[in-house]
Design a protein around this ligand. Structure first.
Ligand code: KIV
Length: 253
């Protein structure tokens, strides 16, 4: 499958884009040999790889280590890397962090959460300097404390209107795509209809232009159950546990 670029991505409305997260070299090599469209080195690595309670603890240096590992394995995929919490609190800091991440990881794009006016300005500046940006609205985990928890967004009309406006502003600022996380399905559908750029949903129903999942949830690599919206394709936690227990029994017999 041919590697995507920004020109064909912008034309990917209704193309059912599939994006998965990835955090390590071996999985990146595997995904590189599938027809997956996009790989995201998400700051969800804070939860599923580093065992943090929230993504707030993830640093730019953490992201660099994992992004470089994934890049080495997935040379033929369009790679997007998250800007972590605290690395884009001002426009200047955001330009500095995004430039470092983009240059050192050799990714094709970065992703950042939110659509406040300073973030829109930052996106404008980044795209003008040649760094493609994916937006992310709805549930933005880096703001979990400010939001007051993890919950579905767009239930009330004023909230839906705000999301619609944010998505439009992200498009106007130059984002090539926008992640809609935990957005009510009808609102995600409305945003998808109104935007020219593709929307990529997670926990936002089926009417977006694409879907993203955390690979650890899809494969059930962890002990805990994945979020309700993710139907795992396997239970690799149990499988690995069984195999290791069998190995230990054999070793000791
Ligand atoms: O960090 C992440 O994995 C993400 C996806 C859930 C969109 O931002």
């Amino acid at each position: 499958m041919k590697k995507l670029n920004l020109r064909n991505l912008k034309e990917s409305k209704q193309k059912n884009l599939q994006m998965l997260t990835c955090y390590d070299y071996q999985t990146a090599l595997l995904l590189n040999n599938t027809d997956l469209d996009l790989i995201l080195v998400g700051d969800s690595l804070g939860n599923v790889i580093l065992g943090y309670e929230t993504t707030i603890e993830v640093t730019l240096d953490d992201m660099l280590v994992f992004a470089k590992a994934v890049r080495r394995g997935a040379l033929d995929k369009f790679l997007i890397v998250d800007l972590p919490f605290g690395s884009y609190s001002t426009i200047n800091q955001g330009i500095h962090s995004a430039t470092k991440l983009f240059q050192a990881s050799k990714c094709e794009a970065i992703k950042l959460e939110g659509a406040f006016p300073y973030q829109l300005k930052l996106i404008e500046r980044l795209t003008q300097t040649g760094i493609p940006v994916m937006g992310h609205i709805g549930l933005t985990p880096q703001s979990v404390h400010q939001l007051g928890g993890y919950f579905k967004h767009g239930k009330k009309e004023d909230d839906a209107q705000r999301l619609l406006k944010e998505a439009q502003s992200l498009q106007d600022a130059g984002c090539f795509a926008v992640v809609l996380e935990m957005v009510e399905e009808p609102v995600a559908a409305r945003i998808t209809q109104e935007l020219k750029i593709p929307t990529i949903g997670i926990g936002s129903g089926k009417k977006t232009d694409g879907q993203v999942l955390v690979i650890n949830d899809l494969l059930k690599l962890g002990r805990e159950n994945p979020p309700k919206f993710c139907v795992p394709v396997a239970d690799l936690y149990q499988l690995k546990k069984d195999l290791i227990e069998k190995y230990l029994i054999n070793q000791r017999s």
